[in-house]
Design a binder for this molecule. Structure first.
Ligand SMILES: *Cc1c(COP(=O)(O)O)cnc(C)c1O
Length: 425
């Protein structure tokens, strides 16, 4: 299975039915699981045996999705979460506690920025924002004694910046802390951060993974490559006894799966922010066609971005697939495609942009992205509304920025829709 190509993994991994079992992964809509003896359940509680005990912590349908995600990202284990936000939050809290800090790039998705700037601060966890274009020296100068992780997006939403993986993996290695990469926009089909030096990958599966706009969800994949024992003094939660499991030590008991197992057995156990079986079923359904959909999303977006780039009503456009885009070379180096999302401004600024958006027929105004239906959104007044202007600019959100998410309709129909809407401004 390890040497299967990704198209095969997308369809075959995570669930292999035995003779007479359902062909499709069943939705196990059960909170709990029946055992014959007390000893069996006790062993589960002590993490001495593997099995499902309670659906706040694990569930067979969710496990199938997790196993597939592990295979797709070339990781060692994965945990599915209630949302992408949960995945980002727990990925940090698993290594960073009150009184400690982590580094994040400033061009993050608005929801993540809110979570990091305000809610995590209330937990006593400090975020230090850095410009992802800063030199390695400058990046390193932000690391403090209490810094425990680096968080970045492989393809930033909506800034459409491509992460310089070479620089950031060196950054993490030199600082002796894990690199956590949000790989939501590329999906495992267009980018595999673990192969590029990341240690942990998170996704909002709500986006292209589901792809049909049915299920909010997230996932954390442990790459199994960070040497927690080498930096034991920084990560006692992984390398010293856990009192809530009679003194179990994660790195001793689970080797290179320590981080991922700890997310589940501590943070998911305690918060219950786990994916539901129904959402796992739908997200897994989405994965089965991810390769086909991503190819077409990229192709449609490329065609429409090229159309807009030469249109005289457009003041600027940002899509790493366009020759001349500041991220073009990085995209060529690190991504197999640039996804179906790009941003642009129309001449006349935010006001003209609003008119344009209202005039669209196929592209719908929705707070969503990466769906097979084309959509459009104005981040400054929507997803990034809670950020002040300075924070918005740092996130790459100018007042006139329109984020377009190109779906799987016919590209010529989409262009015709854009043309008639542009004619109305
Ligand atoms: C949407 C999104 C999130 C948050 O995911 P939810 O599933 O909405 O909680 C995180 N990161 C990126 C890049 C996103 O686009």
């Amino acid at each position: 299975m390890d040497n299967w190509n990704i198209e095969t993994k997308l369809i075959q991994c995570g669930y292999q039915p035995k003779s007479g079992e359902p062909r499709v992964v069943p939705i196990t809509q059960s909170t709990t699981y029946k055992y014959d003896t007390c000893a069996e359940v006790a062993a589960l509680f002590d993490l001495e045996s593997v099995g499902h005990m309670y659906s706040r912590i694990s569930n067979p349908t969710v496990s199938a999705f997790e196993e597939k995600m592990t295979a797709l990202e070339n990781g060692v284990t994965a945990v599915a979460t209630a949302s992408g936000q949960t995945a980002s939050m727990l990925s940090i809290l698993n290594v960073c506690s009150s009184g400690q800090s982590f580094i994040a790039t400033s061009n993050l998705y608005g929801g993540t920025a809110n979570l990091f700037t305000h809610t995590m601060k209330n937990f006593g966890v400090e975020v230090i924002y850095v410009d992802q274009n800063a030199s390695l020296e400058e990046l390193l100068s932000h690391v403090k004694e209490n810094t425990r992780a680096i968080f970045a997006e492989s393809l930033a939403n909506p800034a459409m910046d491509v992460l310089d993986f070479d620089k950031f993996s060196k950054f993490a290695k030199t600082a002796g802390i894990p690199l956590i990469v949000d790989n939501t926009f590329p999906t495992p089909f267009l980018c595999n951060p673990i192969d590029l030096g990341a240690h942990i990958v998170v996704h909002s599966s709500t986006k292209y993974i589901d792809g049909h706009a049915t299920s909010v969800g997230g996932v954390i994949i442990d790459g199994g490559k960070f040497d927690w024992n080498k930096y034991s003094e920084k990560f006692p939660g992984l390398t010293t006894p856990d009192k809530s499991y009679h003194g179990l030590i994660y790195t001793e008991a689970f080797g290179n799966m320590a981080y991922g197992i700890k997310v589940r057995t501590q943070l998911i156990r305690d918060t219950g922010a786990y994916m539901s079986p129904m959402n796992a079923f739908l997200s897994n359904n989405g994965l089965e066609t991810l390769h086909l959909r991503m190819e077409r999303h990229c192709k449609n977006a490329q065609k429409i971005a090229e159309f807009l780039a030469t249109n005289d009503k457009i003041s600027w456009i940002k899509y790493p697939g366009l020759a001349g885009d500041e991220n073009y070379n990085a995209a060529k180096k690190y991504l197999k495609g640039c996804s179906g999302v790009f941003t642009f401004g129309v001449k006349g600024g935010a006001e003209a942009g609003e008119k344009f958006m209202n005039a669209l027929n196929i592209f719908a105004i929705v707070v969503h992205v990466a769906d097979l239906r084309s959509s459009v959104l104005h981040p400054a007044s929507m997803t990034h509304r809670q950020l002040d202007e300075q924070e918005q600019l740092a996130a790459g959100v100018t007042p006139d920025l329109i984020r377009m998410s190109v779906g799987l309709e016919n590209a010529d129909d989409l262009i015709a829709d854009i043309e008639q809407a542009l004619a109305q401004i």
